[in-house]
Ligand binder design. Structure first.
Ligand code: ZN
Ligand code: ZN
Length: 408
């Protein structure tokens, strides 16, 4: 077997054994781009070898989406397959694992009218809510595994022929996910231990807020009451550990929805439903982004932020050292899973219940500062020029990162 095939096998095995930590007899619901059919078959094979009872895949097709956005009647864009998402939510709540194969053409929707794209995205986000809730509540184990989609490869390596670009992207994926290491499963265990040590340190400090300083950024992010830092393997409600993201380099927690102040500038571009948003700038007052601009893709971003009131508030703050395997590839991936894990980031929209002690919901979730929204959009603010301090309630501070690296 050649090196490429071996690494692909190792990645598929990582997804099933470390990402999902699949239980014998468990059902798997996969979502994937149509282009990933061979990789999905490999994943299914690994899943059945680990004892999966039923592997169901739902394929997405960006070209189909493009046709709809161009041709469907205006009111038709308010439709979304609620029946499908409700069925997925039901299956997750009944114990099915969720395997999301990521990888898409970030330019797939370029040139389409932003108001039509925004309208369809809003309807879809609303319909997807039951599934998103089940996922963020960790009612069952889930993971996201990357696939080197040709459109994605073209965006990352615009100067290479497609075949070469796809090969290079797979190599970067293997490096970032540690699938290219001799024993990736052992490598993940060690990585996971390191992340959990950071989580334990941060949880013991009970910081009141974080202070980010860098070029164009001076931002204080208040943390939710009884916030919990998370990172690496995460337990489901039933106590089964899974690794939601392959790769993952972040430790993250819930900001307080009303205690974010200052200005912040994105350090990397953001791929948003097929549109590239570059040069984001935001100014926060009492947790609300009163001003948001972008050098490119501003329309699409703003429409998304019009989804609901919580869309302009923060639902996540994450720390990622600037010297990690993803950042070390030196690539901009135009994909949130990779780019968010290459740098410290914040997210507009829904907060994770797992980031609050006792995983509260409803009124209690809001009272503690948890943010609610139909969206969750991570955008990258960290870089080798970013300093981060932890602030205590009495105003004293502890340096956490200097020039993008941990100092604790
Ligand atoms: Zn994150
Ligand atoms: Zn996030």
């Amino acid at each position: 077997m050649d090196a490429f095939k071996r690494n692909l096998e190792k990645l598929a095995e990582l997804a099933i054994r470390v990402g999902l930590n699949l239980e014998k007899g468990q059902e798997v619901i996969a979502t994937a781009p149509v282009e990933a059919v061979d990789f999905v078959r490999l994943l299914a094979e690994k899943a059945y070898r680990e004892g999966a009872s039923l592997f169901t895949v739902i394929y997405g097709d960006q070209e189909l989406a493009r046709k709809r956005l161009a041709l469907a009647p205006e009111e038709g864009l308010d439709k979304a397959p609620a029946w499908l998402y409700e069925g997925m939510a039901k299956a997750f709540r009944e114990g099915a694992a969720r395997l999301a194969v990521s990888g898409s053409d970030p330019k797939a929707l370029e040139g389409l009218p932003p108001e039509r794209v925004g309208r369809a995205q809003k309807a879809n986000a609303r319909a997807y809510k039951p599934a998103l809730e089940a996922i963020t509540e960790f009612v069952s184990n889930w993971t996201i595994v990357p696939f080197a989609h040709p459109g994605w490869a073209r965006a990352v390596f615009p100067d290479l022929p497609e075949e070469e670009a796809v090969r290079r992207l797979w190599e970067a994926i293997f490096q970032a996910t540690r699938a290219d290491q001799e024993d990736p499963i052992a490598a993940w265990e060690a990585h996971d231990r390191a992340l959990h040590e950071k989580v334990a340190y941060l949880n013991a400090r009970r910081f009141h807020a974080l202070h980010f300083r860098g070029p164009g950024t001076d931002l204080v992010v208040g943390l939710a009451e009884g916030h919990l830092w998370q990172g690496g393997a995460t337990p489901t409600k039933g106590g089964r550990l899974c690794n939601p993201n392959l790769p993952t380099e972040e430790v993250f927690t819930a900001p307080h929805r009303e205690r974010v102040e200052g200005v912040v500038r994105a350090s990397r571009p953001l791929a948003l439903g097929g549109t590239l948003v570059e040069g984001i700038f935001a100014r926060f007052e009492r947790g609300f982004a009163v001003e948001v601009r972008a050098e490119k893709g501003e329309e699409v971003l703003k429409r998304l932020l019009d989804t609901d009131e919580g869309a302009r508030r923060l639902g996540e703050v994450a720390l990622v050292p600037a010297d990690n395997p993803i950042a070390k590839t030196g690539l901009v991936f135009f994909d949130t899973l990779f780019d968010e894990n290459a740098a410290s980031h914040i997210a507009f929209g829904q907060a994770y219940a797992e980031n609050l002690e006792g995983r509260p919901s409803g009124e209690e979730f809001r009272r503690r500062g948890g943010n609610e929204s139909l969206i969750h959009v991570d955008w990258m603010v960290g870089s080798e020029e970013m300093d981060v301090d932890g602030l205590y309630e009495d105003g004293t501070r502890t340096p956490l990162m200097r020039r993008g690296r941990w100092v604790v």
